[in-house]
Design a protein around this ligand. Sequence first.
Ligand code: ASP
Length: 582
Amino acid sequence: MYRTHSNGELRLTNIGQEVTLAGWVQKTRDKGFMMWVDLRDRYGITQLIFDEERTPKEIMEKAKTLGREFVIQIQGEVIERISKNKNIDTGEIEILVKELTVLNKSITPPFTIEDETDGGDELRMKYRYLDIRRNPVKNNLIFRHKVAIEVRKYLSDNDFIEIETPVLIKSTPEGARDFVVPSRMNEGQFYALPQSPQTFKQLLMIGGMDKYFQIVKCFRDEDLRADRQPEFTQIDCEMAFVEQEDILNTFEGLTRHLLKEINGVEVGEFPRITYDEAMKKYGNDKPDIRFGMEFGELNEVTQHKDFGVFNNAELVVGIAVPGGNKFTRKEIDNLIKWIKRPQVGALGMVYSRCNDDGTFKSSVDKFYNQEDLAKWAEVTGAQKGDLICVLSGNTDKVRTQLSALRMELAERLGLRNPKEFAPLWVVDFPLLEWDEETERYHAMHHPFTSPKPEDMALLDTDPGKVRANAYDMVLNGNEIGGGSIRIHDKETQALMLNHLGFTPEQSKEQFGFLMNAFEYGAPPHGGLAFGLDRLVAILGGQETIRDFIAFPKNNSGRDVMIDAPSKIDDEQLKELHLKLNL
Ligand code: ASP
């Protein structure tokens, strides 16, 4: 037997017991006649003591050869520690070692295996197995496991069945590029890796499995943005014989269950806002509602004076920054610099200070008097002591810019408390979205999303105005899940694909299998998918999903540990009927 106990287990009640422990050497302290070793495993750290008087000589000598991260096994007696360590669970005892076996040596690790390490990101990724020995990473993986278990528990208790769907499939268009896999047995043909199991879960509904879920890897070959992974995990769900309301209730229930079981937080009913409202109030379809600073549209109260910048703008919009009047001139200038960076791209910012005596001092006093500025305060909800920040320009752009400013200010003012959870639903997304590049409409969610029946008629006249039966769940400024009620008849699906620019032949070629299936009694159905990586990170009070993935890819989509992607040899290429033109 390698061990009788773990390194996190022994207490004063075990005093006098002979135990066998195994683990890694975290640290050694050698006083000559006495030596201590911190022995670590997944469960904790136990202090070992070797002393000249009580430890056999050859064991003492062997102990002196131990280095960091050696894997050892020891036998000894649990004794009470003289100087106790209140910081660890095993801090009241230590093991007087009688036997020591070195199970394996270790060369010096490239970074310290401590909670605060000296290793940079790339180095830690290259030696991820060492990084996983550190508490922060290890605890995140355990945390992820707990979330996954609770997800399975809740869904299973609610009659959902977990069903696996294939990984080698045909492309499912969800807005990103597919990763493809050449087929050796079918020359010139390729599988695609699923961007999601979307079509399969719909086929499962037609198959009568009316409540499905799967914790599943999905793959999207997107240009990498910070903290995006080309492979990621979804909690993918689908239900038949449901309306939007049923789906929202079911998955609000799941989220509430997780917040309660994992975080011990009880949240009330989730607010619901429409996409249009979210854009108007927060300039963003995934608003963080832990704090206010809602947008106030100022066109009416600004466009009656000689200030050309505002008069020519499609939208003049502002926010009241709580306590912002305390910002110095320099701090405000820095803020203006910040929003003028190309990443945000604002041309400038107008502001008005709300003084404690009820007066205002704005950067455009030349054009606006106290009465005007009082109206700005009224519209943005500014109080004494606040700062009103105003941007103007093209509606979509200016909303995006002010949203960025709102988030940045909230961050700087410490209003984004990771221990506070503010979920909401955003509903009534537009069905289609205009793509400047291809000059075509694209499905905002995916081509299987059903339009709102009452908006159907607009498809021909004003496609951009058609709303979808689509919804997102948002938590603390992140989209953590999204889905829709689906089209379940062949005609509507064909019409939809037609609007998306598919010819009837292309539709048949790509989606014939689904449209055929619709002809065999497809039930009304809908669903959604949560991004598990992000969800876990937020529940864990952190922002970086990579920290919750055992073996993540870096920002260029590489696994630097195994060095992938990599070349394959000519023989393999030939078998796959591929020729490289490099
Ligand atoms: N397949 C969708 C996605 O990955 C989710 C859904 O509509 O259920 O975003």
